[in-house]
Design a protein around this ligand. Structure first.
Ligand code: Z5A
Length: 211
């Protein structure tokens, strides 16, 4: 049996990941492919508990290295108990954020060394990378406007605009490192325009994978 494909969706705040994951799901399932939709941090009961720890606002300041280790602890649990078993059964996995978010948020955002993140990536993933990553790219200001229209902001969403500028830059660095994996979409356009671009590119990729 062929292993399934692993697709991840990334971007800064309010970029429209959840909205577009629904579109991607419909396009993949229309081809009768069994799909698992999941997210990081989270995706298993234990990893969801770690997510709560990470997102909850608290008085005690989070040490950046502690934050990094928790992100990878959740990822190890999620990868080994959900993602890899599904891929090995031939299912496809669509994941809302993965390790590119760690390079962007903990690396570029918090200022932790890229090499440290790469070492943890190797320890946890043993070379396993997404087959394709959709990066929804948007001006930080527009994204924050969209995000702030929602419920109460979590610990990450409460960061200053400079933090998100660094995160966005971090994503662009990742694209330079792995251009063959990334598909970057200007998410500042209208939803209809964004979805037309995603649909065209994804259908093209699905044709290649399914031929
Ligand atoms: N994090 C980390 O630090 N390190 C890591 O390794 C990982 C994660 C994996 C939680 O992630 C936090 O974890 C995250 C980084 C950190 N930081 N934060 N916050 P999350 O993915 O759960 O959180 P999020 O980024 O806030 O995602 P979200 O709430 O799911 O937002 P979204 O999916 O990007 O947006 P949306 O809900 O689809 O859209 C936002 C609004 O904009 C909504 O009203 C839409 O209707 C609207 N929208 C969407 N597209 C458009 C267009 N094109 N035009 C106009 N309006 C639009």
């Amino acid at each position: 049996m062929q292993p399934g494909k692993f697709i991840t969706v990334e971007g800064t705040e309010g970029v429209g990941k959840s909205t577009n994951i629904e579109l991607i799901k419909n396009l993949i399932e229309a081809r009768n492919i069994e799909l698992v939709i999941t997210r990081e941090p989270g995706g298993t009961p234990l990893a969801e508990e770690i997510r709560e720890l990470l997102l909850e606002k608290r008085e005690e300041k989070f040490d950046p290295t502690a934050e990094l280790l928790l992100v990878f602890a959740a990822r190890a649990q999620h990868l080994n108990t959900v993602i890899l078993p599904a891929l090995n059964e031939g299912k496809w996995v669509l994941c809302d954020r993965f390790t590119d978010a760690t390079f962007a948020y903990q690396g570029a955002g918090r200022g932790l060394p890229w090499d440290t993140i790469s070492e943890l990536e190797q320890l946890v993933q043993k070379g396993r990378q997404p087959d394709m990553t959709l990066l929804l790219d948007i001006s930080v200001r527009i994204g924050l406007e969209r995000a702030s229209a929602r419920a109460e902001l979590d610990r990450f969403e409460s960061e200053k605009i400079e933090f998100f500028e660094r995160v966005r830059q971090g994503y662009h660095e990742r694209v330079k490192q792995r251009p063959e994996i990334f598909f970057v979409v200007d998410a500042g356009k209208s939803l209809e325009q964004v979805q037309t671009v995603i649909e065209r590119q994804l259908e093209h990729q699905l044709d290649l994978w399914c031929s």
